[in-house]
Design a protein around this ligand. Structure first.
Ligand SMILES: NC(=O)c1ccc[n+]([C@@H]2O[C@H](COP(=O)([O-])OP(=O)(O)OC[C@H]3O[C@@H](n4cnc5c(N)ncnc54)[C@H](OP(=O)(O)O)[C@@H]3O)[C@@H](O)[C@H]2O)c1
Length: 286
């Protein structure tokens, strides 16, 4: 793609600063995927690996990371590194930077995929759980985005793929904090994408509806009505559409056929009407 018309268009406002650029000379581009050990993150890891990206997968559980690494080694030739780390910890960025230094690499593509949900009325959720959700879905994602965006702008290449959701498009009674966190992710990503247009980088939000992963069970929504009405799509399909949307410079990707319609409806329907519908669909029915 380098040297192509599209690449030149992507860099139309970028001006190289040779002094700043020299700091990155000789470093290998690495794709950093948070939550890369399973679910959508792992499917994205497979997609990036199949296109030759060297990967650094980050998640908390070392065994799941090792499993993912073995599975990727069996299906691609890409180099895959792992780091067992809670990305909400204060030292997370230091630890990732140290790992990148050790590998002789830099964060070329940042995929912010790690995320958690909460299901049920907001008032019933313990404060620690809500704080943990905001720490991961909002704070950690924002810190990583802020930290790795600047070097990308200096280099005039690389990019960020953030996991939003169809829930980014309206209030989510019974998943209030989760929907609010994903609204933040979409808003942040679209705004940064606009601010950095023409600077050589890609910034994209991937906004799926329900996907077949362990996510819904973990958040206690296994029996919620939306699970019956919106059959989940496969992580592989989401990753395929997300990868190509990102590569082609889309600002937002809604994977599947139902998801764009759901996102559009949530944007158009007045919230007084939308709230009871969404509340019923998201009710955990324990
Ligand atoms: N599944 C869906 O239907 C759906 C729909 C729309 C959007 N999304 C979004 O897509 C993203 C991925 O969802 P998924 O379904 O793939 O989830 P998942 O299957 O539950 O996987 C979550 C991943 O994040 C990691 N993780 C969780 N907490 C972490 C932490 N504190 N630090 C580092 N890693 C952490 C997990 O590994 P460890 O537990 O080992 O840390 C795991 O690798 C989330 O942001 C979610 O909001 C999902």
């Amino acid at each position: 793609m380098n040297g192509s018309l599209l690449a030149r268009w992507r860099r139309r406002w970028w001006r190289p600063d040779p002094t700043a650029l020299s700091a990155y000379e000789g470093l290998r581009p690495i794709t950093l995927i948070t939550g890369g050990s399973e679910g959508i993150g792992f499917a994205l890891a497979q997609r990036f690996a199949s296109h030759g990206h060297e990967l650094l997968l980050v998640a908390r559980t070392a065994e799941k990371l090792a499993q993912a690494q073995r599975a990727l080694a069996a299906t691609s030739r890409a180099q895959v590194h792992t780091l067992a780390l809670d990305i909400t910890s204060d030292q997370a960025i230091e630890r990732i930077d140290a790992e990148l230094r050790k590998l002789g690499g830099l964060c070329d593509v940042l995929v912010n995929c790690a995320g958690i949900g909460l299901s049920g009325p907001f008032a019933d959720e313990p404060e620690e759980k809500v704080t943990a959700l905001v720490d991961l879905n909002v704070r950690a994602l924002t810190r990583l985005t802020s930290h790795y965006l600047r070097p990308m702008l200096v280099r005039g290449e690389g990019g960020i793929l953030n996991l939003a959701s169809v829930g980014s498009y309206g209030p989510g009674p019974n998943q209030a904090a989760y929907y609010a966190s994903k609204a933040y992710v979409l808003s942040l990503t679209e705004a940064i994408g606009y601010e950095t247009a023409g600077m050589g980088i890609r910034v994209c939000a991937l906004a799926p509806g329900p996907v077949r992963t362990g996510f819904h069970a973990r958040m206690g929504a296994r029996r919620a009505l939306y699970r019956a009405f919106t059959p989940p799509v496969s992580p592989a399909l989401v990753a395929w559409l997300g990868f190509w949307g990102y590569r082609l410079g889309a600002r937002v990707v809604w994977p599947g056929l139902v998801t764009p319609l759901a996102a559009l409806s949530m944007r158009l329907i007045p919230h007084r009407l939308l709230n009871p519908i969404v509340s019923t669909l998201l009710s955990p029915r324990r």
